[in-house]
Structure formats: C-alpha cells, structure tokens
Design a protein around this ligand. Sequence first.
Ligand SMILES: *Cc1c(COP(=O)(O)O)cnc(C)c1O
Length: 414
Amino acid sequence: MAPEPPATRAQCEALDAADPLAFARARFRLPAGVTYLDGNSLGALPADTPARVARTVEREWGEGLIGSWNAAGWIDQPQRLGARIAPLVGASADEVVCADSTSINLFKLAAAALKLRPGRPVILADAEDFPTDLYMLQGLAGLVGGVEVRALPEAAWGEALAGADVALLVSSHVNYRTGAVRDMAGWTARAHAAGALALWDLSHSAGAIVVELDACEADFAIGCGYKYLNGGPGAPAWLYVARRWQAEAQNPLSGWLGHAAPFAFEPGYREGEGMARWLCGTPSVLGMAALEAGLDTFDGVDMAAVEAKAQALCALFAATVEREAPGVFGSALPQGARRASHVSLRHPDGYAMVQALIAEGVVGDFRAPDILRFGFTPLYLGHAQVFDAACKVAEMAMSGRWRDPRFSVRAAVT
Ligand SMILES: *Cc1c(COP(=O)(O)O)cnc(C)c1O
C-alpha cells in the first residue's frame, strides 16, 4: 500500500526538503507565478534548450553549412537520440530510433506487423485509445484492403484474441484520458499466446513511469518526443523494434534514408540494417537538437524515483481536491486501475473551470466531454506546489468564478 498523502502544507514542505529529484528543477525554465500541470501534453522548456538550438542554428548551420551533416553528427541524430531514449523504456540502444511523428511511426510498424502475420486480417485496437492511433490504423486498413480494425474496450480483448484471426494488438500503455496503466506484460503474453504481435504506444509513459519493453517481450513500440521527454512542440517521435524482428520486419515507407546505402543513389530500394531501415526522409535537425536537450533533463535520473514521486504527487493532488471540495468532481480513473502520472477529474463544466484555472496560474488541460486533466512531472514539481494547486482547484470550483462567460469560449486547442 502507498502511504497516505500528506494532509498539511508543512508535511509537503518536509517531503520537498528530502526529495531525491529536487536537483532536476533547475534544469527547467518555467514562468514565475505558474504551476504547470500539463507536462503530459507539452513538456516544459529545459533551461539548456535555447542555447542548444541557437548553437545548432548559428554555428552548425550558419558556419558549418552542409558540412555539419558529418562534422556536427546531424546524420547520426536519429540513432544517437534513440540510444538515449532506450534506457527510459527498458530497451537496448540498438532497438530505438528517432524519426517522424508518433502517428507515422504507428503506421510503419502496424503495416510491418501485418506482413509478419499473413492470413490474419484483424488489428485489435483499444476503442478508448488516442484517436490518431485509431485513425492511422483505419487508413492503413483502407490502403491494404482485406484488413479489419476491431476497436474494442479492454474488457473484450481476451475474447477477440481467442478468434485466431488477430495479427496485432495495438494499445497505449497509459490511457490519455483516464491515466490508467495497461498491463503491458500480461497483454503482450496473451497476444503472443494467440499468435498475434503487440504494439504499444508509450506517449504517456516514456519519461513518466518505469517501462520495460524488453522484459515485457513487446514486439513494437512508439512514442512521442514532446510530452514527458521535453523535446518541444512537434518534437520528433521515436520507435522501437524488438531485436528478434529487426531482420524480418519491413518499413513500408521505404525512403532513401532507410536504404542500405543512401548515398549510393541506387534506383532500387534495399533496406538498411537494424533500426536504420525505419528512417524515411531527412531528419528534422532543429527538432532533434531540442529533443536532445530535453533528454538531457533525464541525466542521472532514476525512473523508479520518477514513478514513485509521480504517484505521490497524483495521490496528494486527488486527495487534497476531494478534501477541500468534497463530492464536486468525479474521477475518470476506472476502479482498481493503476494510475500513471496524471489525474483526471470529471465535471460537466470542466472546460470553463480549466480556463479559469489557467487564468489564475494553474495550467491543466481539458479533454472532451468532461475531463479536467492535470499532469504531474516529478522533475519540476514539488509537493507544496501541488498542494497549493489542489487547494486552488477546489477553491475555484466552489467559487463559481469559472462561470464568467469568457471562460467558455472554445479555442482550437483545448
Ligand atoms: C500525443 C499522442 C500522440 C501524438 O501523435 P502525433 O503524431 O505526435 O501528433 C499519439 N498517440 C498517443 C497515444 C498520444 O498520446
């Protein structure tokens, strides 16, 4: 059992004074007066990122010009950054590469999985997954023909796998709405027992909780660079292919940088070795520079400590809101589910409440239809700050200040 969350600010201050991750706070640049509870959607700016990006632009690009592909190691960025993400997700350095977006990486790997399981026409997906994952699978099915995307709630997966027609199970490890963690080892084993493969989306897990891709025997995984990895808006994503599939699995987006010899300029495609074949076109060098600075924020950071602190902050926040505003919010976390690193409260006026909180310096986000989502990134948040934010959420909800019509105006990004 986890310990009871602290009930007073003084207890929170004592926890902060003993926090083994307190050193990491200085690695970020956050505006004064803001409690940022949205690192699960866009990680905060690392203190080193502006200088790193400026160096890449001014020195490497401005002075080094095209020579920087070699001299500054631009061409090796996808593998170099992949090797840095690998230990955060329980993978080996040669099983991860940085490329493209999460959506595109999902497409590449799901297509590869279908080819590895001929005669099995079903992709089993989580009906509650982040929509782009479902959309990309639908697009893939439309392209290859004869393939069905069966999007089902987790409770129906077991029965679906029993049908012997499933090629691939695709799911997020952490549900983006509720914050619930799926049993990666268990579901991967059940998929394998049914003759299917498993592809995990780690967008809400990488850098947030302990992930053990190799130990879980996952086949494939993908994830995002701009959430907990702090790579900046639109940062490059990454993908994982278990070593046992690397010789056989094929990238359907056979671009020149995935070729065995890109600079031989041969007319025919020959796939590269290892993870190199999962590249498509030219890497986004400026985005990768920022992502590298984001990954530096994990230097010397123990993921078990990150997960433990995230759990403690989530529990503190949820308990404090409930104590200060009893019964006002519902919880989106299913009964008995393990929570990752964000707390999702439910309220029919959640959108306006989130906007009002942002106006008063507590930044969370809203997910339709009724979820107020608050992410807890242990590298830059402390217990006392989270205690204060929870009191603020409760006070705001009870005050009715959120009823001001300006808080109900919907922006494009919620
Ligand atoms: C954030 C997120 C994505 C984002 O995909 P992009 O291609 O980077 O826009 C995909 N899947 C999940 C589960 C996510 O949480």
